[in-house]
Ligand binder design. Structure first.
Ligand code: FHN
Length: 463
């Protein structure tokens, strides 16, 4: 039954989405290689994923990659793997934590900027099998994701400050680059991408580290074509190429390769024609840091609602510890999000953003003939919204609750609210329409209301 419901959601979502999506693909060198739209729609309908940044650097509690040659001397950093033995790592527990959060996909740093590989790679010994742990983390995680019906994806850093052939050094690395050879490095990189696709069956290639001069537009488009040649329905983010507009994350133009935009540490701007996913940390650091500040449940729930309301996915990052466990407080925070999603998931999964554009106190999502209003602050006795031209609001009810009275006045609708919110973090109101919601053009809420209130006042004064 669950599969049937999901397929119905995907059908309605795909029909509404098909008309809107400006698809990406392989960039100007690959004009005929477009994003696999079915894979994209399926992924967009999932809306919420778990990001995991993990590696031997957890032994020092500093930032993965970036602390190499800074807080941790290079020689020390590059030998941490010899101590790395996360005996409490349990893929079943990690994936169960994602499911309890209501997450539908999982992306782990298979190789970050420090070059260390969390899988048994044939192309390097700088990997998990050379550590005392000697277990293939990616294999165990990929298999558990399959068992628990969580889509498995892999982060892979194009830049590699450890690999001798990569031609940009970092952190005061004294090694000369004269003997380094990017062509040799690209063979290594492609061999590893093939492993991730053919052996670990990754569904998403989440590239990163495209910004250094060692990488360029041609290399990016070539890598996109190579990966799609190995698996047509794989999704590849826009950091495979050089087209990402800073941390806003969207792709500058379709001349650049990539299937979706990647705003970072922020909710992406309202955008329902081009696919995007915000990657945001649950704490402050990407990798585990002792006593790092963690986001409140309110902030986490509202971040999820705001990304969906903007038309995007949320990839929320957790940072497992050196012993292989995810901190209990992070597990608890994820579970709190899952409890909210159990009651309100219909307003997130399979939805599109809008039609009411986000404000600081509300966002809206839509699916089929329903619009979901997410209220972060309680507007008082009534919720006033602009009338929707060309369609009628048949009813308004609290998610899982009672219907509320709707009044129509001065081109607005006023929904009579209960005195208090159902959920302090995000109370969802469900509007039922007399037509499909997908065709309603996005509209602003506040400006309309202020303009109408002003014009209404002028009419009152004129009488
Ligand atoms: O440098 C990385 C950082 O460590 C982290 O992996 C983020 C996640 O998207 N990406 C880069 C910073 O933009």
């Amino acid at each position: 039954m669950k599969t049937f419901i999901l397929s119905v959601i995907l059908f309605f979502f795909s029909e509404s989405l098909a008309a809107q999506v400006l698809v990406g693909g392989g960039g100007e060198a690959n004009p005929d290689l477009k994003t696999n739209v079915q894979a994209l729609k399926n992924w967009q309908a999932l809306r919420f994923g778990l990001f995991i940044h993990w590696g031997p650097v957890t032994l020092r509690g500093t930032e993965i990659g970036w602390s190499r040659g800074r807080e941790v001397p290079i020689e020390e950093y590059d030998n941490l793997y010899k101590e790395f033995n996360p005996v409490l790592f349990n893929a079943k527990e990690w994936v169960a934590a994602a499911k309890a959060a209501g997450m539908k996909y999982l992306i782990i740093t298979s190789k970050h900027h420090d070059g260390f590989c969390l899988w048994d790679s044939k192309y390097t010994d700088y990997d998990i099998m050379s550590s005392p742990f000697k277990r293939d983390v990616l294999k165990e995680l990929a298999e558990e994701c399959k068992r628990q019906d969580i889509l498995f994806g892999t982060y892979y850093s194009i830049l590699d400050w450890h690999h001798p052939d990569y031609t940009t050094r970092h952190g005061g690395d004294p090694r000369p680059v004269g003997q380094s050879d990017m062509n040799r490095y690209i063979v290594y990189l492609k061999n590893q991408i093939r492993e991730l696709i053919e052996i670990y069956h990754t569904n998403i290639l989440w590239f990163d580290g495209e910004w250094e001069d060692s990488w360029d537009h041609e290399k990016g488009m070539d890598l996109y074509r190579y990966a799609r040649g190995l698996r047509d329905d794989i999704l590849i983010n826009n950091r495979v190429d050089k087209g990402r507009k800073d941390m806003q994350g969207m792709t500058l133009s379709q001349k650049f390769a990539g299937d979706f935009g990647t705003p970072e540490q922020r909710v992406g701007a309202f955008e329902i024609e081009r696919p995007w996913e915000s990657c945001i940390t649950i704490c402050r650091q990407w990798a585990w840091k002792p006593n790092d500040r963690m986001k409140s449940l309110r902030e986490c729930i509202q971040t999820l609602a705001k990304t969906a309301g903007g038309g995007g996915n949320l990839l929320l990052n957790v940072s497992p510890m050196l012993d292989g466990r995810i901190e209990q407080r992070q597990i608890d925070r994820l579970r709190g999000m899952g409890e909210w999603l159990k009651k309100n998931g219909e307003s997130i999964y399979g939805t599109q953003g809008g039609p009411f554009k986000p404000t600081d106190w509300m966002v809206s999502t839509r699916k089929g003939n329903q619009i979901f209003i997410h209220l972060f602050n309680w507007p008082g006795k009534e919720l006033v919204l602009p009338e929707l031209s060309g369609c009628q609001i048949l009813s308004a009810r609290l998610m899982g609750g009672r219907e509320m009275k709707i009044m129509h006045r001065n081109g607005q609708i006023a929904i009579q609210l209960p005195p208090d919110p159902v959920d302090e973090n995000d109370t969802v109101i469900v509007l039922k329409l007399d037509k499909e919601s997908a065709t309603i053009p996005p509209l602003n809420v506040t400006e309309n209301i202020i303009r109408d209130l002003v014009s209404c006042r002028r009419r009152q004064l004129a009488t």
